[in-house]
Design a protein around this ligand. Structure first.
Ligand code: HEC
Ligand code: HEC
Ligand code: HEC
Length: 117
């Protein structure tokens, strides 16, 4: 095999890998976006201030124990039947917001239209 072609192929793979990390977050790879949107058909998409939650909760697992660190991961799991519909909403988002609110702490939205646009 032509050595130059082999070297070029390896370089291309390295460059693609580097680019996909950069696309995630140039400053801090692996941290994910500052803000993101969860696609919810019919009811309306839900915006999540991701960085605010990372900084406030200081624990990735409260969310990512249930679904992967991957954009679109929730919908993929729901489509595959690995996650119940409304499970993330009821057992994570609203559950925590209610707990914080009841404890008199800063919290997030608990009404339908405040999350679904
Ligand atoms: C309040 C819940 C929550 C917390 C806490 C949280 N995340 Fe996420 N994260 C999400 C959601 C929701 C998504 C997108 C899932 C989807 O689109 O289906 C996501 C996506 C991601 C992605 C994917 C980005 C991409 O480009 O594919 C990364 C990386 C990530 N999170 C890292 C982290 C890290 C690291 C922490 C802890 C410091 C963390 N997250 C804490 C909810 C959370
Ligand atoms: C804190 C934000 C939040 C609030 C408040 C909220 N939702 Fe949701 N909802 C979500 C998220 C995130 C999803 C997608 C993940 C999931 O299905 O658990 C979702 C998904 C849904 C779905 C789609 C389920 C499916 O896959 O078919 C429906 C329907 C829905 N919500 C209705 C409601 C109604 C009705 C209310 C008010 C009683 C409400 N939501 C309040 C965040 C919220
Ligand atoms: C374990 C607790 C916890 C979970 C899980 C959680 N949140 Fe929150 N959320 C908070 C807290 C605490 C705040 C208030 C942060 C602040 O204002 O400093 C908040 C605030 C918010 C806000 C308002 C932000 C603003 O600028 O006022 C939105 C929107 C929100 N959350 C959406 C969601 C959605 C959607 C999910 C589920 C995917 C979710 N949250 C899961 C604790 C949680």
């Amino acid at each position: 095999m032509n050595v130059k072609i082999a070297v070029a192929a390896v370089l291309a793979v390295v460059m693609i890998a580097a680019f996909s990390i950069a696309a995630d977050n140039p400053a801090e790879p692996g941290k994910g976006p500052e803000k993101l949107t969860i696609t919810v058909e019919k009811k309306g998409d839900v915006k999540l201030p991701h960085r605010l939650h990372q900084e406030t909760l200081k624990d990735c697992k409260v969310c990512h124990d249930v679904f992967p660190k991957k954009l679109g991961g929730i919908n993929e799991m729901k489509a595959a039947g690995k996650l119940e519909k409304k499970q993330v909403m009821n057992k994570q988002c609203i559950k925590c917001h209610n707990e914080k609110k009841n404890a008199g702490a800063k919290s997030g939205p608990t009404t339908c239209t405040a999350c679904h646009s």
